[in-house]
Design a protein around this ligand. Structure first.
Ligand SMILES: Cc1ncc(COP(=O)(O)O)c(C=O)c1O
Length: 415
């Protein structure tokens, strides 16, 4: 009999991504890393497998005196940091609403607080069936349930109707209807929800908010937003003047956008037409932060503040971000073109770190691919299974031929 408390039972889901990337590293140690393709890692790497970093961010960080950075930050984050995060998230599409934020360790911390503070025990979080696995862990950890709608229909189109039906189902079951959307540049598919799809979702959420029974919480996970075209932020304008009981929360992250993955900083933003709701948001999330991680990286905050406050530095930073985005997009274009040419089905891709090849045989195909030293993470099971190809982790020259290898492995496995 172990010492662990009962509620910890079953909280041991092994992380597939780390398992397969572990296999890739073991193999690289034997045959040399140049002889394998490791398409597992969720970080933007150069041709030598090193992390690509933004030089403007590095230079800014080096200008900050250690004693300044080493001090405690305030729990909620400095006002200049919150303003920088609002600007970084929305740019020129800032909604016409009351907006405030709270510092969090990465986007993860923001998602945790949102799920904790806007649902009752046993309530359900809704998202699409191709999702980042940590959502489910956060729900398990906070005693919430987790349900999904099918992301793409039989025509490989975003299943907006499935989303609407799921929202209606939970509107009948719980007071706060809580939808998580990871868009644009979705992980694991690279999909950006389209403006016309957004309009349908917003119409449904607004009608639920106005039905006299429910509240609505829409949590947007924008971890990869700076790898989508800047104008893909247009949907933020749909959050102008929402009903007072319709809250939009936005989990902003410095990890990918500032290449500061390990520094652990993000900001959970709250958008509402009700000033009191935003004040309550700050107060309760400050309490939760105090009770978990306390305060966040002051160095990260100072970096964001400085970049935001100095126009020349900001312009150089944004230009560098754009270069990164375009170079990642080039990798995707190689893959998608080859997939199209050989008839390999891929989930609709717009931008981001990953593409997904849908297949019910994901585990077997991934195992088959490992025989030729190509390491790809199989995700999901049954109808939502697929191979998540981390284009962010492999250089353009190694991407050529991957689609063909996947197609061949699929053919072998489905024989
Ligand atoms: C979809 C998605 N959301 C959020 C995150 C949060 O990352 P972080 O906590 O580093 O900001 C990640 C990181 O991999 C992610 O893939």
């Amino acid at each position: 009999m172990g010492v662990l408390a009962n509620h910890t039972k079953g909280k041991n889901a092994p992380d597939k991504i780390f398992r397969i990337s572990g296999m890739a590293k073991e193999r690289a140690a034997i045959v040399g890393k140049e002889n394998i393709t490791n398409a597992t890692t969720g970080a933007f790497l150069d041709g030598d497998g090193h992390l690509i970093t933004l030089k403007t961010v590095e230079a800014t960080m080096k200008e900050i005196p250690f004693a300044d950075a080493a001090e405690y930050a305030t729990i909620e984050g400095s006002p200049a940091f919150i303003e920088a995060a609002i600007d970084a998230a929305f740019r020129e599409y800032r909604p016409d609403a009351y907006i405030d934020g709270i510092a969090t360790p990465g986007g993860t911390g923001g998602i945790h607080h949102a799920v904790l503070n806007y649902l009752e025990d046993g309530d359900t979080v809704i998202t699409m069936d191709r999702y980042w696995a940590a959502y489910k862990s956060i729900c398990r950890e906070t005693n919430r349930n987790f349900d999904t709608f099918v992301m793409f229909d039989e025509n490989n189109k975003f299943n907006v109707q499935g989303c609407v039906e799921k929202l209606r189902e939970y509107a009948a079951k719980q007071t706060n209807v809580f939808l998580v959307l990871n868009t644009p540049a979705n992980n694991p598919t690279g999909y950006n929800v389209r403006q016309e799809e957004w309009e349908i979702i917003m119409a449904e959420l607004t009608s639920i908010a106005n039905n006299g029974k429910n509240n609505v919480v829409l949590l947007l996970d924008i971890a990869y937003i700076d790898f989508a075209a800047p104008e893909s932020r247009a949907f933020f304008q749909l959050f102008n003047q929402l009903p007072e009981n319709f809250l939009v929360l936005v989990a902003f992250s410095m990890s990918k956008s500032y290449t500061m993955y390990g520094y652990r900083l993000g900001c959970l933003l709250c958008v509402s037409s009700n000033k009191q709701e935003v004040e309550d948001f700050v107060a309760i999330n400050k309490f939760s932060s105090r009770a978990t991680w306390s305060n966040c990286s002051r160095l990260g905050m100072l970096v964001m503040e400085k970049i935001n406050q100095e126009p020349e530095r900001k312009a150089a930073f944004r230009a560098e971000q754009e270069t990164l985005r375009l170079s990642l997009l080039k990798r995707a274009e190689v893959f998608i073109k080859e997939a199209d040419e050989i008839g390999l089905k891929v989930c609709p891709f717009d931008s981001g770190f990953f593409v997904t090849v849908p297949t019910e045989h994901a585990e077997e195909v991934a195992a088959e691919l490992r025989k030729s030293d190509l390491f790809i993470v199989p995700l999901g099971d049954g109808a939502n299974a697929g191979l998540r190809v981390a284009l962010c982790a492999i250089p353009e020259e190694k991407i050529t031929g991957i689609a063909k290898k996947i197609k061949e492995a699929l053919d072998i496995v489905s024989k």
